[in-house]
Structure formats: C-alpha cells, structure tokens
Design a protein around this ligand. Structure first.
Ligand code: FMN
Length: 153
C-alpha cells in the first residue's frame, strides 16, 4: 500500500471530477489517497508520501493560451524553494481541442518536475475535452499508477 497525495487546481470542476475518480480507484486498489486543492496546499505537502500527483487544466494567462491553471501556477511558485530531488511525481493535465495549445499544462508541469529533479512515475494522463464519459481512461491510468508503484518497490 502506498501513500498518495493528489494536489489539484480546478476552475470549472473538470479536474476536480477527474481527481475524485482517480482517488476512488487508487483507494479501491488498496492505497491511501488524499485529494487537496492547491489553494489549500503548502509547499511541504509536495514532499509528503510515496507519490504526489499534480493535476490541473490548461488556461490562458496574460493574454496567452496554453498556460497552467493560474492557481496551480501560484502554488508551484510557492514551492520554488522546496527540495524534491528524492521525490516521485505523476502528472494529470486537461485541455480542450478548441484551443491551439491543447493540454499544454502538461508541458509546464513537466518543466517544474524536471527543474526540481523529481522522478516521473509514469507518462502523464492527458484528458482532452469534457472528462464526463472518459472515466474508464482515468481508471485505466490509476491501474498503471498502481503497477508502476509495485514495480518500483
Ligand atoms: C479561459 C479559458 C482558457 C483555456 N485555455 C486553454 C488552452 O489554452 N488550451 C487547452 O487545451 N484548453 C484550454 N482551456 C480548456 C480547459 O483547460 C478545460 O476546459 C479543462 O477541462 C478545465 O479544467 P478545470 O475545470 O478543472 O479547470 C481553457 C478554458 C478556459 C475557460
């Protein structure tokens, strides 16, 4: 059993929906999973547990599309001084195909992970368009998270 912390930002509720499915699936697999909105999370929360999953949608900021959800950006800025070099992270990103830079939040989350020299447990989960109806993809990814955690032991 692993201790997994999911930290997310969600403005219209899509990422929140995905993280609930993810957390339920990870708990069903026997893990201890917590879900925290990044507005309430501290930088130290990134260093807790066996795995941290960062999740958010892609937004426009300062007039440019393809950016991080602004609350996730603020959270990662708050965490700029924390040492994550011994940590393993996983990433969930959402986007919409009506935008040119579809799902680019994943690129920004990966840049953060790499700058922090944190390991990646498995390739990110990208959810394009409304998550409703994509529940099986989320559960499938949760299964891969479990498998990757078992292989890591
Ligand atoms: C103002 C705004 C800007 C957005 N910009 C992008 C974008 O640049 N690229 C993209 O793929 N999706 C973009 N989206 C779509 C969201 O990423 C998508 O709807 C996501 O599921 C929202 O997740 P959330 O409700 O958890 O915040 C944008 C949505 C809004 C409302």
């Amino acid at each position: 059993m692993a201790s997994i912390s999911i930290i997310y930002a969600s403005t219209s509720g899509h990422t929140e929906y995905v993280t609930q499915i993810l957390s339920d699936a990870l708990k069903e697999a026997g893990h201890a999973a917590t879900v925290t909105r990044c507005e309430k999370a501290t930088a130290e929360d990134l260093a807790k547990g066996d795995l941290v999953i960062l999740a958010c949608g892609t937004w426009n900021a300062d007039g440019a599309e393809g950016q991080l959800n602004p609350y996730m950006k603020m959270f990662l800025d708050r965490a700029k001084d924390i040492d994550l070099s011994a940590k393993t992270l996983a990433i969930v990103g959402l986007g919409d195909e009506r935008y040119r830079y579809t799902g680019r939040c994943i690129e920004h989350l990966q840049k953060f992970r790499m700058a922090k020299k944190a390991a990646q447990l498995l390739p990110p989960l990208l959810i394009v368009n409304d998550p409703y109806g994509q529940e099986e993809r989320v559960r499938g990814w949760a299964k891969k998270v479990s498998e990757a955690l078992s292989a890591k032991k």
